[in-house]
Write a protein that binds this ligand. Structure first.
Ligand code: GTP
Ligand code: SPV
Ligand code: MN
Length: 595
């Protein structure tokens, strides 16, 4: 097969990798439908994919991973920059030369008897000023087909790159999926990514977390922009005006759901609606007009399946009804479709679970893995923003941070200014989820939802946020939300999902300086009547509780945050000032002032 590019740097790197991995065959992925179809067919034949009911789920497939390979592996993820201190205390680090040796030893002959697929891919729209190009070499058809959904691939990428040497190099070898030799490695100084012994989403779809966050956060720092773990959505008001917000929540904390939100009926009737620009990653830069502009570098959704239903997120569910790859969900034997916990109230009478074993509603274990996912093309989304393909992106009016906190964080509050907002992001904490291996439900600090994705020292990252604030003449306002506060019985106290629109409305009004707010120790909170509660079965008393701030808990929170800052070490003094000021406000028994 002929090469798709004459780029010498690309070809010599591929030669080098070929000599190490020793494939039987090399295939360039052109992006043409015929080639992809042949690969789908081959994957079905080899048992990698199961073809689903072509009438109900046309173009859809099911894949099951190795049971030990079901989520991101943070303890096996490395940032191998030159100096250990530049990776910081939140990243694993090994000296780059040693790590390359270790990786190439594992890769030695790893493609023997196999095919090397070369995937040219673009993050963001090919040819746009924000686009960055990469090549992923892989021996996994599953990766090829998922990268096709999640990014823009093929010959057009090579054409746009031309002779430029500024591309991202990526090598992926499945090897034998040896758990103890799993590696997700980044070399920011060489724009290089190596994934070994995994074949699971976030570990091996390198365009996503490896490139668009860990490598891109480094590029953004050098080039003066930001790569963030954020959804992007547009809120249309009854006048037809659309305002955009971006929101950073940790993994499996509600980005996909918020990005595709359907407002409660009453608000819909007034003409409110939400447009989805992105559900996981945002690249942000300062526009000529002095505002912050965001693009979604991806081209699809790698969304959490469990809990996705026609009730909770119809837009996501509809997005999965064609041309989608499901990973680790259950197979419904009655009609060869898929099922997961929370899809509906009637589990299939007979199914095959995510491990490939027979399953019935009486089975004690879950049918789908808690981190089972779908890979769906963005174009399938009924509420996809008309701006999705706009290379300029969209102007951001508000940045929202959030996470899973049973008690501490109120439903919503606004920072006093950018610096205070950066502080709020820096002390974010959330309960862990099944998106990464390890314990679930443990509260941990996850600054800006970037703990697993920041490709350099966390303290330098916070400094970059502060520096960016000085470069944005008209910065977005910064907010914090918590959909996951619980009552004394441990149930969620806020209905969430579509009703989150009520909070978004307040955020947008505040971003536009349209309404006042109550000034509290934490920041600005809604005046009691400013959150629209029409049609909501909730008393004003409950709403006040959702917005309440427990002084003792927050003083404890400050102490924890201070400990965390000490662990991080290189914390910008501005953030310590904010922490001191918050503590002082709490200690003074801050009186609520209404604006
Ligand atoms: P990643 O793809 O891992 O980055 O996750 P995400 O942030 O996109 O999370 P997602 O929207 O997929 O939500 C994950 C889980 O949170 C699902 O089980 C949802 O049902 C649940 N969830 C989302 N929004 C809400 C909400 O407003 N309230 C409650 N209680 N649960 C929610
Ligand atoms: C996350 O864990 O934040 C995800 C899924 O979005 S993965 O692509 O596996 O990182
Ligand atoms: Mn994510």
């Amino acid at each position: 097969m002929t090469n798709l590019t004459n780029n010498k740097a690309v070809l010599s790197w591929i030669d080098e990798m070929t000599a190490i991995t020793k494939p039987d065959k090399i295939v360039w992925i052109t992006g043409e439908e015929e080639q992809l179809d042949a690969l789908r067919e081959q994957a079905v034949k080899e048992g990698i994919l199961i073809k689903l009911n072509p009438d109900k789920l046309p173009g859809c497939y099911l894949h099951r991973t190795d049971p030990d390979d079901v989520a991101r592996v943070e303890d096996r993820t490395f940032i191998c920059c030159e100096k250990e201190e530049d990776a910081g205390p939140t990243n694993h680090w090994v000296e780059p030369k040693e790590m390359y040796e270790r990786m190439y030893a594992l890769a030695d002959g790893a493609y023997k008897g196999r095919t090397m697929y070369i995937i040219p891919y673009s993050m963001s729209i090919i040819g746009s000023p924000f686009a960055k190009y990469g090549f992923e070499l892989t021996d996994s058809i599953y990766v090829v087909l998922n990268m096709h959904i999640m990014t823009r691939i093929g010959k057009a990428v090579c054409d746009a790159l031309g002779d430029d040497e500024g591309f991202i190099k990526g090598l992926h070898c499945q090897c034998n999926l040896d758990k103890d030799n799993k590696y997700i490695v980044h070399f920011p100084q060489d724009n290089t990514i190596i994934s070994m012994n995994s074949n699971y989403g976030g570990n091996v779809l390198q365009g996503k977390k490896c490139f668009a966050l860990r490598i891109a956060s480094n590029l953004g720092r050098q080039e003066g922009w930001m790569a963030e773990h954020m959804l992007i959505l547009g809120i249309q008001n009854p006048r037809g005006e659309i305002k955009y917000i971006s929101a950073a929540f940790p993994s499996a904390c509600g980005k996909t759901n918020l990005a595709m939100l359907i407002p409660p009926e009453g608000l819909q009737r007034w003409g409110w609606r939400v447009w989805c620009v992105g559900d996981d990653i945002a690249w942000l830069r300062v526009g000529k007009d002095g505002r912050l502009w965001a693009v979604n570098p991806e081209n699809g959704f790698f969304g959490v399946a469990p809990g996705t239903s026609m009730k909770s997120n119809p837009n996501a569910l509809i997005s999965t009804h064609k041309d989608t790859i499901f990973t680790n969900v259950a197979l419904d034997l009655s009609d060869n479709t898929v099922w997961w916990e929370g899809l509906n109230k009637t589990p299939p009478a007979r199914a095959i679970d995510w491990r490939g074993r027979p399953w019935t509603p009486q089975s004690p274990e879950k049918a789908a893995h808690p981190n089972s996912r779908f890979t769906a093309p963005a174009r399938n989304c009924p509420c996809l923003s008309p701006e999705f393909d706009n290379p300029e992106g969209v102007p951001i009016s508000a940045i929202v941070f959030g996470g899973r906190r049973a008690k501490t964080a109120p439903l919503v509050y606004q920072s006093f200014n950018w610096q205070h907002g950066v502080f709020i992001g820096s002390i974010m904490a959330s309960e862990t989820t099944a998106a990464a291996t390890g314990r679930v439900g443990v509260v941990r600090r996850d600054p800006m939802a970037m703990l697993p994705f920041c490709g350099y020292h966390m303290g330098d990252y916070w400094q970059h946020w502060l520096d960016m604030g000085k470069k944005i003449p008209k910065p977005p306002k910064i907010f914090n939300v918590n959909w996951f506060r619980t009552d004394e019985d441990g149930n969620f106290a806020w209905p969430g999902f579509g009703d989150n629109m009520r909070v978004l409305q307040w955020i947008i009004s505040r971003a536009d300086d349209e309404i006042g707010a109550a000034e509290t120790a934490l920041g600005y909170e809604p005046n009691t009547h400013d959150i629209d509660m029409e049609g909501l079965e909730m008393s004003m008393y409950d709403m006040r509780r959702l917005l309440s701030v427990d002084r003792e808990l927050w003083l404890q929170e400050c102490e924890d945050a201070r400990e965390y800052y000490e662990k991080i070490g290189k914390v910008p003094p501005e953030l310590y000032e904010e922490l001191d000021a918050l503590e002082m406000r709490l200690n003074r028994g801050y009186k609520v002032k209404h604006e």
